[in-house]
Design a protein around this ligand. Structure first.
Ligand code: ATP
Ligand code: MG
Length: 387
């Protein structure tokens, strides 16, 4: 049997002239995700993508392919001939492979894309159904609730499959504009990036570190998270900026309890500047209402005031437990819980202000040369391509 994986895309979203771009991006991301696992061949036939590979690799391949948004399902297919006898034999082999004598009921669904094939779809289904009944005495047809469905696609070649799995859904990357993700080393921000990417947003990331107050490993951890996230987002640029001097200036010149909110406003101003320079349309954070002192509605308002770009907070109404569940599912959890210090935890005040007032925060900021501090911070920027 010649085994392949067949990938079907959610056609609804693939409209007009964008369709080809989406296909290309999706296929590039699939290639990127499976290049380390390896495969023999890949081609498109009548809007499905086919990947030929050793069957033992199928589970690993499917796991990585499923990380690409816009896929409606993946099927394990066998490629066979458009000859009724050969086709029938392939169907029997396939039923035998998955079920032996285990299942009781089935039905056949056919789709004839090649209109020169002599049988129309219902005729083909009933012919093949008849052959299965004759060869597998344990089986009977149930069109309403069958144990399994045999699907036949007649195209340039004939394909048969029984097992298919749903894709992740979502919209193809690039169909919903772009956002700059504020990526810490924590659990929340990668999940926030994932959720926005799932809505079709192109994601690039900005990480603030505080070397030498934080370690090189903390920085590496954020880069590792970006790499894990890029299985979903595709290629990504990570901007990395040193915030150490800014933290120092805040701790020397401002009330300690304002540290967190002041540093967040710095982050937003710097992020806005980068977003505007590089053409990203929004900022994304992993904030969740009430999770910590800096995530009250008062803090959210004071943080928002630092930028005129929209700040997207996909986790704002989510419980930590649900965020963790997503993080586990998307494979970022294990990395996120590694214990390297974040700048925010080192400089975090014991009693942070929980209901900051904009006028007092602005008073605190008067003690700082904001423009100079930001300029210097941006000079420290490193740009890392996650390809
Ligand atoms: P996370 O798990 O994402 O670190 P958190 O629960 O620790 O979030 P905070 O530390 O209050 O929450 O951070 C809130 C959000 O601010 C983060 O989700 C992230 O988007 C942004 N942020 C915090 N620290 C950094 C950083 N060092 N670099 C970039 N963004 C950051
Ligand atoms: Mg954090």
């Amino acid at each position: 049997m010649e085994w392949l994986l067949a990938i079907s895309f959610g056609e609804i979203f693939l409209k007009g002239k964008n369709r080809n771009t989406f296909y290309k991006t999706a296929i590039n991301n699939i290639k990127r995700n499976i290049k380390d696992i390896g495969y023999e061949d890949m081609y498109v036939e009548s809007s499905k993508l086919y990947i030929k590979a050793d069957r033992p690799k199928f589970d690993r391949l499917k796991k990585e392919i499923k990380k690409v948004f816009g896929i409606s399902y993946i099927a394990e297919v066998i490629k066979t001939e458009k000859d009724l006898e050969v086709l029938s034999k392939s169907v029997i082999d396939l039923v035998e492979f998955y079920y032996g004598d285990q299942a009781k009921t089935f039905k056949v669904e056919s789709k004839r894309t090649d209109k020169s094939f002599p049988l129309i779809s219902p005729q083909l289904s009933s012919k093949i159904g008849g052959v299965v009944l004759k060869n597998k005495k344990n089986l009977s047809v149930d069109v309403h609730k069958p144990d399994f469905v045999i699907s036949i696609d007649i195209k340039a070649h004939a394909y048969v499959y029984i097992v298919r799995e749903e894709g992740l859904g979502g919209l193809p990357i690039g169909s919903s504009g772009s956002g700059l993700l504020l990526l810490s080393g924590g659990i929340d921000s990668p999940v926030a990036g994932f959720l926005m990417a799932k809505r079709g947003m192109e994601i690039n990331a900005l990480h603030f570190h505080s070397y030498p107050f934080t370690s090189k490993r903390a920085h590496q951890k954020a880069m590792d998270l970006a790499r894990l996230l890029s299985a979903y987002t595709g290629e990504m640029t990570v901007y990395s900026i040193n915030l150490a001097e800014i933290y120092k200036a805040i701790s020397q010149n401002c009330p300690r309890r304002d540290t967190t909110i002041l540093s967040r406003r710095f982050m937003m101003r710097i992020a806005s500047k980068l977003a505007k320079d590089y053409g990203y349309q929004s900022l994304i954070t992993g904030e969740s209402l009430g999770q910590v002192a800096s995530q009250t509605i008062e803090s959210v308002s004071v943080i928002n005031e630092a930028t005129d770009l929209p700040i997207l907070r996909p986790l704002i109404a989510m419980d930590k437990k649900d965020i963790i569940d997503i993080s586990v599912n998307i494979d970022t959890y294990e990395k996120a819980i590694e214990p390297y210090d974040d700048c925010c935890s080192i400089f975090a005040p014991a009693n942070p202000v929980t209901k900051p007032k904009l006028e007092f925060i602005k008073k605190s900021e008067e003690n700082l040369d904001i423009e100079k501090l930001e300029e210097d911070a941006i000079k420290s920027m490193e740009i890392i391509k996650i390809s």
